[in-house]
Design a protein around this ligand. Structure first.
Ligand SMILES: Cc1cc2nc3c(=O)[nH]c(=O)nc-3n(C[C@H](O)[C@H](O)[C@H](O)COP(=O)(O)OP(=O)(O)OC[C@H]3O[C@@H](n4cnc5c(N)ncnc54)[C@H](O)[C@@H]3O)c2cc1C
Length: 378
């Protein structure tokens, strides 16, 4: 067993941390208050190679492993989870299936420009009738001359209001099996497609949309891989992304913990820093221990992805523990700040609102527990 990051991994961490602290941090307040994502960041991420971390060098990526992907996520989320969520929806959820199953033409038109940050993508699976249950997916794709007509709606879609295209799941057959669902690349804007931006309590600096599709025409060459029934392609991608999302949660917890520690050292009450009160010191000790446990579970999950041995129950444990840790740690960070924790001047309230999104998004904690229980044979 080796619990050390390689020098290459440490180098990635240092590069992303510097970028996040110097280039992203100054943009956070305006993005949060304006509830708008600063699109130019995607081009910068493209220049830095951050959108192609996991893709092979032969395909224009950096060729790194899942551990590197988790380090990038952790460092982005340590500064701003809203930006990290846009990164994740684009560089993983939308681009990965195109890289895995797209035709050469789809890779040239969508994957390559996506990896350079020239075109921004979103991933549209969830619908108003349910995000947790794939069987409730209703958006239908009807075959017509030269393509398909899509009718339905998609809810809570990250990057939809400011993106250039979507990887969208729609039913091409009525059965309730995954292979009755196909994936389409849908240009934004498209005739008959309406996006309305939603107002959110968490990750406010990312843009999330409700999408209506009213007989939207999608040409044959935008059916992913040129064949129907490709939904199973995204099952691996969703599972791997959950391990990545756990790294996002770890980053939020770390950001909140660091802010709380600074505050506990600086804030004087009765002539001493509040960190000297045992009740505050113990709270910080619990937070540090919680983060350490989540840290090693997340990187164990990443290592299992790299070994090709990850299973659904392990993914669920990693996501459940990291997201619930982030929620606990960010709440404790607010309490340590007292009234200041409620003020926007301090980042801990934002970290907590953002952490709440992740006990829901990418599969709720209840759904993770179902998967773990299934692994126990229940
Ligand atoms: C900010 C944000 C961004 C998002 N971005 C995207 C995106 O880019 N693309 C995308 O496709 N989706 C996205 N989502 C959707 C997200 O994945 C869903 O919200 C999530 O899967 C939960 O689905 P739901 O909201 O429909 O809740 P529901 O499925 O309606 O669940 C409601 C409640 O019922 C519980 N529940 C549901 N089923 C079960 C069960 N079988 N057993 C026990 N309890 C259960 C849930 O745990 C939850 O507590 C985003 C969501 C948010 C909040």
């Amino acid at each position: 067993m080796n619990f050390q990051f390689s020098p290459e991994h440490e180098q990635i961490r240092e590069t992303v941390r510097r970028h996040a602290e110097t280039e992203l941090a100054p943009l956070v307040r305006a993005a949060e208050e304006g509830e708008s994502f600063p699109n130019h960041i995607f081009r910068r991420w493209g220049e830095l190679g951050l959108l192609g971390v996991r893709y092979p060098e032969a395909d224009g990526g950096a060729g790194f492993d899942k551990i590197a992907d988790c380090i990038v996520r952790e460092e982005l989320s340590r500064v701003c989870q809203a930006f990290a969520s846009s990164w994740s929806a684009h560089s993983h959820l939308a681009l990965w299936p195109i890289w895995r199953a797209g035709t050469p033409d789809q890779k040239t038109r969508f994957f390559r420009p996506g990896m350079k940050g020239e075109r921004i993508a979103g991933f549209a699976l969830s619908e108003p009738d349910g995000g947790s249950d794939i069987r409730s997916l209703r958006t239908a794709a009807r075959k017509v001359e030269g393509g398909y007509r899509l009718k339905g709606s998609k809810l809570y879609i990250t990057n939809a209001p400011m993106g250039d295209f979507l990887l969208l799941a729609a039913r091409t057959r009525p059965e309730l099996t995954p292979s009755a669902i196909s994936l389409f690349i849908v240009e934004l804007p498209s005739a008959g497609l309406m996006v309305s931006k939603l107002e959110k309590e968490g990750i406010r600096g990312s843009e999330t949309g409700l999408i209506y599709l009213d007989d939207v025409f999608v040409p044959d060459d935008c059916l992913l891989g040129g064949s129907e029934g490709t939904y199973p392609v995204i099952l691996d991608s969703l599972s791997e992304n959950r391990v990545g999302v756990a790294a996002n949660c770890l980053g939020m917890a770390r950001g909140a913990m660091e802010a709380a520690l600074r505050y506990a050292r600086d804030r004087q009450v009765r002539g001493q820093p509040i960190g000297r009160f045992q009740v505050i010191a113990h709270k910080l000790a619990d937070m540090a221990a919680d983060i350490e446990a989540a840290n090693w579970l997340v990187y164990y999950g990443a290592w299992r992805v790299d070994q090709g041995t990850i299973d659904a129950a392990t993914v669920a444990k990693v996501k459940l523990v990291a997201s619930e840790t982030a929620l606990r740690v960010t709440e404790a960070a607010i309490r340590i700040h007292g009234g200041a924790g409620i003020m926007r001047e301090y980042p801990v309230g934002r970290f907590h609102r953002d952490a709440l999104v992740y006990v829901i998004g990418e599969g709720t904690s209840e759904v993770q527990r179902n998967l773990i229980a299934r692994g126990l044979g229940l």
